[in-house]
Write a protein that binds this ligand. Sequence first.
Ligand code: PMT
Length: 422
Amino acid sequence: MDPVSPAWRGRRVVLGVSGGIAAYKAVELCRQMVDAGAHVAPVLTEDATRFIGALTFSALASEPAQTQLFTGATGDGSEHPIPHTRLGQSADVVVVAPATARLIAKYAAGLSDDLLTATLLATRAPVVLAPAMHTEMWEHPAVQENLTTLRRRGVHVVEPESGRLAGGDIGAGRLAAPEAILGAVLEVLTHGLDLAGVRVLVTAGGTREAIDPVRFIGNRSSGKMGHAVAERASARGAAVTLVTAAAAGLADSFAAGPVEVVPVVSAQEMHDAVLSRFDATDVVVMAAAVADFRPKVAALDKLKKADGAPEIVLEPTPDILAELGTVKRGQVLVGFAAETENVAVHAADKLARKNTDLLVANDVSDPQAGFEVDTNRAILLDSSGASEETPLLTKAALADVILDRVAALLGREPVNPHQEMR
Ligand code: PMT
């Protein structure tokens, strides 16, 4: 977490703790958030108090820890008769760590039979859940379906890690590291899950067009730009599908996470993957470097050097973005333009020709921008003719600039994340 981020200062965090062995780890979360300047109100389920004392939280938090639905302390010494509404209404964010299978099931079902679940229903603030449980429970379809329901409502889930669990077992289900949970909370405080419920499809990487079984026509795209857009969109609450032609390892960070990863190789495969999902998509960001041409015929066997230099006849690939531009029905289309000269002019031409709402033009002859590197700078053009030039940014920061523009095009301010969008 960034302990000096001003986003923490004075923000009201309800820290929910449910009954699992990882409850003791919530003490450290509480301390770090208080140190960062947040006002932390701990709420423990009765089961949580079997693992850790409420007094420990009271000693560290900004107000006494609460456990009961019907009496509560307000922090100013007076009792509040209905603490869940006070806690829920005044929260800037509610974070539950650890969230047990039972807590998740009750929240998904709308049950409010204790202070924590009642607070979760009584809040319009964003909610961050950090599940922790044994592997068998974590993988149970009931738990996963409940989490899918909650994600669809805009709840942010910080996936558990693999590691040592209670009783010495090893597997998936260990509470995420404090930095991951605090990072997610800070994210929510900064962006407010402004893309909650939005379905975003991102393409990434360079397509490969086969010459024969071992050779291909490719390009320098690493996939970093597209993957950054997918990662940031997911962090801001979007339901993300990443159609990627990048090398396999790059998508590892999405393993078991909420981003749906669809690996593809060629322009045709990328075309088919994107078009088949387009109707169920609100936003498409085409960051992939799609080959414009492919060999008309790919040899079935490896071409032999002894046969002499092959004559490779090329044919155009489908222009995915241009096709989306002709069939779109209200979707926001974001294209990229990889240019080496006259960047703004060529980009404006692509914006119009491919009927996109936003075009992100990068100068790929700049060694700090474009292909492979971790940084990029761009000119953003929109269909009204307005343009904005960014400074040199990390690809993640540029992704946020692009997504800010997408959010504005969707009319999104920081929203009530509990309303299902569709
Ligand atoms: O992957 P990295 O190493 O991080 O590098 C990032 C990047 C340089 C690849 C990225 O920032 C970028 O510029 N992506 C677009 C590359 C590209 O193909 O640009 P273009 O100007 O040739 O194409 C214009 C747009 O049409 C792009 O959105 C492209 O995805 C799309 N296109 C192009 C050809 C085609 N057949 N179908 C398409 O949809």
